[in-house]
Write a protein that binds this ligand. Structure first.
Ligand code: ADP
Ligand code: MG
Length: 276
């Protein structure tokens, strides 16, 4: 526990029944790395209280698109962007709107679990909170840690070892710790980039369960290469493709059962049936 812990500000507890999850809309997103155009006019609405799965072959721009949704793309020196991203109608790229404004509302979980390995499990959960001088009591902090670990499906496994380092957990537990850390700032949208592809089937199932339970309170966008997973967790899917050196675009999107049962584009049918 460091001195700065006493200046943690906890995010407000949402009013029960209040509509916290936001609708995220990408409008005409094109993206470049230097001269290399990697996304071409991608538009997609990711509705509140829905899970959206982004599917498609490697290299078609899914991770780039996800990073654009919370303003991480602009951190790459050579990166350029066109289009808009609206969070409940507000452009997160509006001039004057700070990058932290988007980050606090739009969390991200990566393929490789990345807890702070030497930091305790307890402190890892709180690591994303802003230090700005308002006191939060120890009880409040502990309450938030328990709440977020519970939501991430990890509480029972770690409640007796909260002071152990995050790095001591298994890979699947570390990923759930990262989910808890993301939830601690009470994001309105959670972006997940292949969150289970480094994990065993049991951990994968636990995270899918967590996604299902969270979808009421946070809008979820998940990139996955696992077609069964897309079908299990998502309400709608978008199929990305970059053909023969052209930039990535969305070939088709729609309700998950339609995308898998009767897609309108042959390329979607081929992809979801494992034909490329
Ligand atoms: P996906 O997640 O669908 O596999 P990515 O978004 O990672 O696709 O990559 C899309 C394209 O952008 C690829 O051609 C990739 O090489 C390129 N790319 C991704 N990140 C960078 C970067 N930081 N610098 C340059 N090119 C990049
Ligand atoms: Mg990727």
């Amino acid at each position: 526990m460091t001195a700065t812990d006493d200046t943690l500000t906890l995010p407000p507890v949402p009013t029960p029944g209040a509509a916290r999850p936001a609708t995220l809309e990408a409008e005409g997103i094109s993206a470049w790395f230097g001269d290399h155009k990697v996304l071409d006019r991608v538009s997609l609405t990711m509705p509140a209280q829905r899970v959206t799965a982004l599917i498609g072959p490697s290299g078609c721009g899914k991770s780039t698109f996800l990073r654009i949704l919370n303003r991480m793309h602009e951190l790459v020196g050579s990166a350029a962007l066109a289009g808009r991203v609206l969070l409940d109608g507000q452009d997160i790229y509006d001039r004057g709107r700070r990058i932290t404004h988007a980050r606090r509302q739009i969390g991200m979980v990566f393929q490789k679990p990345n807890p702070f390995p030497a930091m305790s499990i307890h402190d890892n959960v709180l690591a994303g909170l802003k230090l700005n001088g308002t006191r939060a009591s120890r009880a409040e902090r502990d309450g938030l840690v328990e709440e977020c670990l519970t939501k991430a499906g990890l509480w029972k496994e770690v409640r007796d070892r909260l002071r152990q380092p995050g790095g001591a957990l298994s890979g699947g537990q570390q990923q759930r710790l990262c989910i808890a850390r993301s939830l601690a700032v009470r994001p309105r949208v959670l972006l997940m980039d292949e969150p289970c592809s480094a994990l065993d089937p049991t951990s994968t199932r636990r995270i899918e369960q967590t996604i299902a339970e969270l979808s009421d309170e946070v809008t979820i966008v998940i990139v996955t290469h696992n077609m069964q997973q897309a079908q299990r967790v998502s309400h709608q899917c978008a199929f990305f493709l970059a053909e023969q050196g052209t930039p990535g675009l969305i070939v088709e999107h729609g309700p998950t059962d339609v995308m898998f049962g009767s897609p309108s584009d042959q390329r979607t049918a081929d992809y979801v049936n494992g034909r490329f």
